[in-house]
Design a protein around this ligand. Structure first.
Ligand code: UGA
Length: 443
């Protein structure tokens, strides 16, 4: 099928590439000429495992094209995806300016019947706005072209996006049009194997499903972080508690890892946007507000442990920081817990030597040049000349460090672990003081 995708960010690029991989004829449009030129030369703007070879192979096979020419791209697609960003505006609601700009462009250029599919995470009611924007642009040029607007939210995880897209656990299609539903079922047929993964529903339910999924996952994390903090107060170990509850299938093992708070481009933004939507309907979303405020507090927790250890004074100390990305297998630092920790350390007069396996380039962009930051090219370089170590992202390569080497390298022989990567006995046995999240026995 002929597919057009607006937006070559995570969602657009991964979706477009996976659709091309199963044989569809895909054109991706972006307004950023540099990005499009890069993609046409095989330069992938994001770090996402498995994506680069797939983009290159499908581009070479002629099934995946990149362009800034919206008009010709609209002419190409029988299905047109909107996968552009919805950044939060000042009050936390999703800013729809990019989505609606695409809708207007579609209305300006569409010549034959098409299905417009919203893949961006958008508040409930956005499909109506997209429909109105297209209709208005069509009316302005005096054209009459039938079109449908469908909601088809994505559930990709950064770092595992290609796999999520190729092997989705569900495909949500929100539409009232039997023809549109049929067409999307055909589009997704190569991904809908072994058992039925397609869930068809009305547009608004599909829009809300996306927010509900992310808010539920964020709630699990904030819940565990709260229990972890209680565990610290009462002298219990959250890692034991986690194992004690995860085996109950009603609770499950996923997303119950306590840590330095959730970050990324989705959870913080989506929880906030859903809360805003609720407030706008006159409903006070008490649970969502708590999820958000617990997360904000959690992002400061590692620093609290640091202050506790140093009796409130860290001025002049140097902290090695392992991990800057908001999670492993990505170079994304949006809303990353590391950013808050570094800001707090700097504010308190400390210095930082940081290392991340993928996010160094991003760190340079985010932090710029500063006297109190050394960006190191290895985990070992970061601990050289440091007083203490903070672990903020659970990259695999940080999981089994050489503790005797850490002991002799870190002047104050102390580790603050924001992801509970180590066993306290192992660290303390090496003569290193160990602070982790919710491990009451060690604080
Ligand atoms: C999230 C969802 O997991 C995807 O299903 C969704 O499609 C995506 O948002 C989106 O809306 O686009 P992502 O932001 O890539 O995906 O990252 P996650 O793997 O969900 O992690 C989010 C944050 O939660 C990270 O900072 C991670 O460290 C933290 N986390 C996760 C925990 O602190 N504890 C856990 O147990 C799990």
């Amino acid at each position: 099928m002929r597919v057009t995708i607006f937006g070559t960010g995570y969602v657009g690029l991964v979706t477009g590439t996976c659709l091309a991989e199963v044989g569809h004829d895909v054109v991706c449009v972006d307004i950023d000429q540099q990005k499009v030129d890069g993609l046409n030369r095989g330069v992938i703007p994001i770090y996402e495992p498995g994506l680069e070879p797939m983009v290159k192979a499908n581009h070479a096979a002629g099934r995946l094209k990149f362009t800034t020419d919206a008009a010709s791209a609209i002419g190409h697609g029988e299905i047109i995806f909107i996968a552009v960003g919805t950044p939060p505006d000042e009050d936390g609601s999703a800013d729809l300016k990019y989505v609606l700009a695409v809708a207007r462009t579609v209305g300006e250029h569409i010549e034959r019947p098409a299905i417009v599919v919203n893949k961006s995470t958008v508040p409930v009611g956005t499909a109506d706005k997209v429909r109105a924007a297209i209709a208005e642009a069509l009316a302005r040029r005096g054209a009459q072209v039938p079109f449908e607007v469908v909601s088809n939210p994505e559930f990709l995880k950064e770092g595992d996006a290609v796999n999520d897209c190729m092997r989705p656990d569900r495909i949500v299609i929100g539409s009232g049009s039997p023809e549109a539903i049929e067409k999307l079922k055909r589009l997704y047929a190569p991904f809908n194997r072994n058992h039925e993964r397609i869930v068809v529903m009305d547009v608004r339910s599909a829009e809300l499903t996306k927010y509900a999924a992310n808010a539920m996952l964020a709630t699990k994390i904030s819940f565990m972080n709260e229990i972890a903090n209680i565990a610290e107060c009462v002298g219990a170990d959250i890692e034991m508690v986690r194992q004690g509850i995860g085996s109950d299938p009603r609770i499950g093992w996923h997303f119950i890892y306590p840590g330095a708070g959730y970050g990324g481009s989705c959870f913080p933004k989506d929880v906030q946007a859903l809360a805003r939507t609720a407030q706008q309907c006159g409903y006070k979303p008490e649970l969502l507000e708590a999820v958000e405020s617990v997360n904000y507090r959690q992002k400061g927790h590692l620093f609290e442990l640091i202050q506790r250890h140093y009796g409130g004074s860290v001025a002049g100390k140097t902290f090695a920081v392992w991990g800057l990305a908001f999670k492993p297998n990505t170079d994304d630092m949006r809303e990353a817990s590391s950013r808050r920790l570094l800001a707090q350390l700097w504010e308190a007069g400390a210095r930082v030597r940081a290392y991340d396996p993928e996010a160094m380039h991003e760190a340079r962009r985010v932090f710029g040049e500063r006297d109190d930051l050394v960006l190191c090219d290895s985990a070992h370089a970061a601990i050289a000349d440091a007083d203490a170590l903070c672990v903020v992202t659970e990259w695999k390569q940080f999981r089994s460090p050489d503790f005797p080497r850490l002991r002799s390298s870190l002047r104050d022989a102390v580790i603050f672990d924001g992801r509970n990567l180590y066993h306290p006995d192992q660290v303390e046995g090496a003569g290193i003081a160990y602070y982790a999240i919710g491990r009451g026995r060690s604080v």
